[in-house]
Design a protein around this ligand. Structure first.
Ligand SMILES: Cc1cc2nc3c(=O)[nH]c(=O)nc-3n(C[C@H](O)[C@H](O)[C@H](O)COP(=O)(O)O)c2cc1C
Length: 171
């Protein structure tokens, strides 16, 4: 697979659609093992003068251990394809099913040493800058807490600099 490196500002994806409707995979590597999970919550913008992506990961996700262990993680987008695979990767934990990626039918590959998938349409390589656990006392109302956190498993937010973006080269 040949990849073409893009400047983030050159991308014209609608991030609301890309994250919220088409979903993405958050992927990281630890001790030579790769884990990934589906995410449909996230943000992108500018912070500290850098192009950043923010991922929101609940504490019980196995992927969190991988993201915590690494300096970088990737966000992989499939442009609305691979929903079935992402459904599996977003409902089964790699902790219980270590071969869930293989079962999903997606194929792990590397771009510039960073783990992603052969089927990707866009890969963002993210370098962690800031991690914070969401705190119940910081919510300005009760509604989100009641609706999304009955188990009190507040997300950790990972703000990361998007250091590289890749799209597959057209043949
Ligand atoms: C469409 C979809 C979106 C999801 N978005 C998130 C998310 O933004 N943050 C999160 O912590 N979990 C999210 N999940 C749940 C994880 O993907 C799921 O728990 C996954 O099995 C975790 O795998 P792991 O334990 O191997 O990391 C989502 C699941 C689906 C199906």
């Amino acid at each position: 697979m040949n990849w073409s490196k893009k400047s983030v500002k050159e991308l014209n994806n609608n991030v609301f659609q890309a994250i919220g409707d088409e979903w993405m995979l958050i992927t990281a590597e630890k001790d030579g093992i790769v884990n990934t999970m589906t995410a449909s919550w996230g943000a992108m913008g500018i912070m500290w003068g850098k192009t950043v992506a923010t991922a929101y990961i609940r504490p019980q996700r196995y992927t969190k251990e991988f993201v915590d262990a690494a300096d970088t993680f990737t966000l992989t987008f499939f442009g609305g394809e691979e929903k079935k695979a992402m459904g599996l990767l977003g409902s089964v934990s790699g902790r219980e099913m270590p071969d869930k990626i293989e079962k999903s039918g997606l194929h792990v590959t590397k771009v510039d040493g960073q783990v992603t998938f052969e089927e990707a349409l866009l890969v963002l390589v993210c370098k962690k800058l800031y991690v914070q656990e969401m705190k119940p006392e910081c919510f300005l109302g009760q509604e989100e807490i009641d609706r999304w956190y009955p188990e009190k498993d507040f997300h950790f937010m990972y703000m990361a600099e998007i250091i590289d973006a890749y799209t597959p080269e057209k043949e």
